[in-house]
Design a protein around this ligand. Structure first.
Ligand SMILES: NC(=O)c1ccc[n+]([C@@H]2O[C@H](COP(=O)([O-])OP(=O)(O)OC[C@H]3O[C@@H](n4cnc5c(N)ncnc54)[C@H](O)[C@@H]3O)[C@@H](O)[C@H]2O)c1
Length: 247
C-alpha cells in the first residue's frame, strides 16, 4: 500500500525552480520520492538547485514564454525519467506598477511569462501526462487574484487570468485523466517578495492572522498534496495558502 505523502510514482516539471518557491517545491517533491525536472532562466542557480537533490532531479534552461521551448522541456522529462505525470507552473515575475505607470513593455512581459507561460505549459504537457496514464497540473496564482492589488496592475491581471485558465483546463482535461488545480499564496518569504518591497514589519504582519509570512515549505506541502493521489477528487479547486490574510 502506498504511504500518505508518497510521490514515488510522480515525474514532475517545476518551472521557475532555480530559487524561491520553485526550488522548494522540487526539494519537497524529491524528498517524497518524486523525480523532478527543474527549469528556469537562471542557469547557474538552477543547476545548483537540481544538483543538491541528487539523481532524481535534473535541470534544463527554459524560458516559459517561448512556446517552442516547451516541446524540448517535455521531451527532456520523458527522456530522462521515462514519463511525465505532473506540471507545476510556478515561474513568474512581478514588476510593480500602478495602472497609469504600466507601459507596454511591463504589460507584455507579465502576460508573456505569467499567463502565456502556463498556457504553453499546459498545452505541451497535457498529451505527455495523458500518455503516462493521467496526472496533475498545479498553477501558482496569487492572493492578488482575490482582490485588487495596489501597484500590481499587470501582475494582478495575469494571476486572475490564470485562475480562469485553471478552471477551464480542469473541465477540459478531466476526461483525459488530468486534474488541474490552483494555489493562491499570500506573502511568501522569497526573493520576489523582498524585491517588490514587502518586509516582515509590524504593519505587514498585522494583516496576516497567523502572524507570519509563509515559508516556501508551507506552499510546497500544498503542491505535494495536489500532485499526489491524496487529492484524487480535487480538480478546478483553489487552495489559498495565506495564513488567513484574505479570509
Ligand atoms: N513570493 C510571494 O509572496 C508570492 C505570492 C503569491 C504568488 N507568488 C508566485 O509564486 C511564483 C514563484 O515566485 P517566487 O516568490 O518564488 O519568486 P522568485 O522570483 O524567487 O522565483 C521566480 C523564478 O521564476 C523564474 N522565472 C522568471 N521568468 C521566467 C521565465 N520567463 N522562464 C522561466 N523562469 C522564469 C525566475 O528566474 C525565478 O527563479 C510566481 O508565480 C509568483 O508570482 C509569489
Amino acid at each position: 500500500m502506498t504511504e500518505i505523502g508518497d510521490l514515488s510514482a510522480t515525474v514532475a516539471i517545476v518551472t521557475g525552480a532555480a530559487r524561491g518557491q520553485g526550488a522548494e517545491f522540487a526539494r519537497v517533491m524529491c524528498e517524497r520520492g518524486a523525480s523532478v525536472l527543474l527549469t528556469d532562466l537562471r542557469e547557474d542557480e538552477g543547476e545548483a538547485s537540481a544538483a543538491a537533490l541528487g539523481d532524481r532531479a535534473a535541470f534544463v534552461p527554459h524560458d516559459v514564454a517561448d512556446p517552442r521551448a516547451w516541446t524540448t522541456v517535455v521531451a527532456a522529462a520523458e527522456e530522462r525519467f521515462g514519463r511525465l505525470t505532473a506540471l507545476v507552473n510556478n515561474a513568474g515575475i512581478n514588476r510593480p506598477a500602478t495602472l497609469p505607470e504600466t507601459d507596454d513593455e511591463n504589460w507584455s512581459l507579465h502576460l508573456a511569462i505569467n499567463q502565456s507561460g502556463p498556457f504553453y505549459g499546459m498545452r505541451a504537457a497535457a498529451p505527455a501526462i495523458e500518455r503516462a496514464g493521467g496526472g496533475a497540473i498545479v498553477n501558482i496564482c496569487s492572493g492578488s487574484a482575490l482582490h485588487g492589488s495596489h501597484r500590481f496592475f499587470a501582475y494582478s491581471a495575469t494571476k486572475w487570468a490564470l485562475r480562469g485558465m485553471s478552471r477551464a483546463a480542469a473541465v477540459e482535461l478531466a476526461p483525459r485523466g488530468i486534474r488541474v488545480n490552483a494555489i493562491l499564496p499570500g506573502l511568501v518569504e522569497t526573493p520576489m517578495v523582498s524585491e517588490v518591497g514587502f518586509q516582515a514589519d509590524a504593519a505587514t504582519l498585522a494583516k496576516i492572522p497567523l502572524g507570519r509570512l509563509a515559508t516556501p515549505a508551507d506552499v510546497a506541502r500544498a503542491v505535494a498534496f495536489l500532485v499526489s493521489s491524496e487529492s484524487a477528487y480535487l480538480t478546478g479547486a483553489e487552495l489559498v495558502v495565506d495564513g488567513g490574510m484574505f479570509a
